[in-house]
Design a protein around this ligand. Structure first.
Ligand code: ZN
Length: 94
C-alpha cells in the first residue's frame, strides 16, 4: 500500500476558512490553518505549495504522507476577534 499525493492546485484564498491536516511519514499529524498561512509575509499560493514545503516538527523532514482539507469556520471566528479579517468574509478575490 503506497500512499500517493495528489497534486492540488487549489488556491488558498478560496479555502480561507479551512485548515489542512498534514500527516508526516513518521506518523505525526498536525492542522495548519489556511488563514494563518495567508497572513504570512510571502504566503503560499496553493495547497500544493503548502504540502510540498511543510516541515514536520517532530522528525524535521519534509515528507508528507497525506493531507486533508477540513472546513474550519471556527478559526475564522478567532481571526475575526483578533481583527485580522472581517467576520464572514471568505474569498479575497478583489
Ligand atoms: Zn515527521
Amino acid at each position: 500500500m503506497k500512499p500517493t499525493l495528489k497534486s492540488n492546485g487549489t488556491r488558498l484564498e478560496t479555502i480561507y476558512n479551512h485548515q489542512i491536516w498534514i500527516e508526516c511519514a513518521c506518523g505525526r499529524a498536525a492542522p495548519v490553518r489556511v488563514s494563518d498561512l495567508l497572513a504570512l509575509d510571502k504566503p503560499p499560493q496553493t495547497v500544493d505549495d503548502v504540502v510540498t514545503k511543510a516541515r514536520c516538527s517532530r522528525c524535521g523532514a519534509i515528507r508528507v504522507k497525506r493531507y486533508q482539507i477540513v472546513y474550519n469556520p471556527k478559526g475564522v471566528m478567532e481571526d475575526a476577534l483578533k481583527g485580522a479579517r472581517k467576520p464572514g468574509g471568505h474569498n479575497v478575490d478583489d
